[in-house]
Design a protein around this ligand. Structure first.
Ligand code: OGA
Ligand code: MN
Length: 322
């Protein structure tokens, strides 16, 4: 997903954005500006391509405190993004293009799986919750952006859990949900086939508690989103209703924030605490985000699976493979 994957006009804009940046960032004092919400902060004055240990310590702590960090105008190279994300842990996906363009530059349409993946991204979700090992963090760099829309939005499920009434906390206590990418695609109106691509696997649907205790902060949060379904002990209808209710209660101001992208901006978020989605935009304009995904820690993000009724077979895996 380097510059060579961009169309000529997107590449010109990208290179123009990249040139003056690093010197400018290095000359700024370090600032952490919390968003006007329970989550998120913008950090300036740290050059992510040349991160020293003091700056890394600031980033690491801010990541745990705010859940979402925005670093404007970093314009990292592929390698620098990989190196930065690797600070957080082993990578599940070193580089992936989240793009509404086919490799020939044409816009994707509803015959293409990537179109449905993008449409799915418009709904609140946690990355890789449908795999045995869910993601720890995800990181995006904006490489091409539309004139309007396409903001990334995040919802704080830690504050969302805290805001629940005692009665609802009681109700969700001890409950789990299955997570499946087949399920969430079916909800979009698209029926994927096993083996179709990322996430349509045969390892089964992981069963995960609705309330997750964060492995580093020890704080509780709701672990839900579009891939979650089938709460054991409830009917499908009851389960859908409960999950929709929790989402509606939790993903509300002041627990939501968004980033209006400029080229070269980088965002990283904690999938163990926040949900995210992309705001709709006009697909006739290109939007290309370079994604790096950090794997969860097997001690806290690895879950056992049950058969996924939408997959063609079930080959559970006992290990933290991806
Ligand atoms: C993702 C994702 C949202 C966006 O990369 O996992 O959901 O704003 N992206 O592109
Ligand atoms: Mn995502």
């Amino acid at each position: 997903m380097d510059e060579t994957d961009l169309t000529v006009s997107a590449k010109d804009k990208w290179l123009a954005a990249q040139a003056p940046i690093n010197a400018k960032i290095r000359s700024m004092p370090i600032r952490i500006d919390p968003k006007d919400a329970t989550l998120g902060a913008t950090i300036t004055g740290i050059d992510l391509a040349h991160l020293d240990n003091t700056s890394w310590d600031i980033v690491r702590q801010a990541f745990l405190e705010f859940g979402v960090l925005i670093f404007p105008e970093q314009a990292l190279s592929d390698d620098a993004q990989i190196a930065f994300a690797s600070r957080f842990g082993a990578l599940e996906t070193p580089l992936a293009a989240i793009s509404n363009e086919r490799s020939n530059g044409e816009v994707v349409d509803d015959n293409d799986l990537p179109y449905w993946i993008l449409r799915g991204n418009e709904r609140w979700h946690i990355d890789s919750s449908f795999k045995p090992l869910a993601a720890k963090a995800s990181c995006l760099t904006a490489m091409a952006i539309p004139d309007a829309g396409g903001e990334t939005q995040w919802a704080d499920m830690r504050a969302g859990y805290d805001a629940l009434s005692d009665e609802i906390k009681q109700q969700v206590h001890g409950l789990c949900a299955l997570h499946s990418n087949y399920y969430s695609h079916e909800m979009l109106g698209q029926v994927p086939q096993t083996g179709d691509g990322y996430g349509f696997h045969t390892k089964g649907a992981p069963l995960r508690p609705l309330v997750k205790t964060h492995p580093e902060t020890d704080m509780k949060s709701l672990y839900i989103g579009r891939h979650a379904y089938g709460v054991p002990g409830l009917t499908d209808k009851q389960s859908e209703k409960l999950l929709a209710k929790l989402l509606a209660l939790a993903a509300q101001p002041p627990r939501v924030t968004e980033h209006h992208w400029q080229l070269g901006d980088l965002a990283i978020w904690d999938n163990r605490r926040v949900l995210h989605r992309v705001a709709p935009y006009d697909y006739s304009q290109s939007r290309i985000m370079r994604h790096t995904r950090v794997a969860g820690d097997p001690a806290s993000e690895l879950a056992g699976t049950l058969p996924d009724i939408r997959a063609t077979s079930y080959q559970p895996s006992q290990t933290a493979d991806k």
